[in-house]
Design a protein around this ligand. Sequence first.
Ligand code: NAD
Ligand code: APR
Length: 232
Amino acid sequence: MAEIARIVILTGAGISAESGIDTFRSAGGLWEQHKVEDVATPEGFARDPDLVLSFYDMRREALSKVEPNAAHVAIARLEREFAGELLLVTQNVDDLHERGGSDRVLHMHGELKSALCGACGMRSRWEGRMIERPPCPICQAPSLRPDVVWFGEMPYQMERIYTALGRCDLFVSIGTSGAVYPAAGFVQEARQSGAHTLEVNLEPSEGTHLFHEARHGPAGRLVPDWTEELLS
Ligand code: NAD
Ligand code: APR
């Protein structure tokens, strides 16, 4: 595929499923075990901060028990070996892309291992717990929250993402249900720029009909196959 010069990859919870992290919307997924309004909205946090802080402390601690899988590793290899431009955008708040070897990951929904201060707005790498209300390293206020984007909040770096979507030749969506905007709209944005669009997902997503091409099956097998094709 010599004509491909610019790629945008969007990943979602499905790419980390084979590493053992629950997705959100599958049977037994995170949103069946917890109410979205309670743990993933600013209103839920205001109502019961202990519940929200312990939910994300638990998810952050769970990262030490999982490893990146073949799909994360294949994308990292693509980042190293693809001669053109590659933007990797993830909706995931885990660190498995980085641990799989990717150096440049745009976390549009934030990161579990990052803290945001509700008092001064500081954002900083954070590995510890928040339930004990540690002071902000900058302003000392006991107001840290997980640096994750909740429903009703603005995802990160949208301008940069839309610029890349407007210039790409290939858009690939991996392991995302296509249920949450703005990420669910990226495929149409890329199509309007004339890009080829590919869905890689365990099953057809909500927006599967919007893609030129769809491959259905586990990311751990399909993503390495796809990167191999692209690089050969
Ligand atoms: P949304 O789709 O409205 O967008 C999320 C956030 O992104 C919003 O704060 C918005 O300001 C921001 N945003 C949207 N477009 C943007 C752009 N172009 N640039 C920058 N920022 C942009 O999110 P929502 O309304 O919270 O949820 C979407 C849908 O998902 C709703 O229909 C909701 O009911 C549903 N939902 C489902 C679940 C579930 O899984 N059960 C959970 C929550 C929400
Ligand atoms: N390989 C490929 N795809 C898989 C696999 C797998 N092994 N396992 C599951 N999937 C697919 C599912 O079929 C599903 O379509 O991954 C998708 C995961 O979808 P969601 O659970 O909805 O996750 P995601 O799309 O990332 O959610 C988007 O919702 O609540 C928010 O902020 C949260 O970033 C998240 C956003």
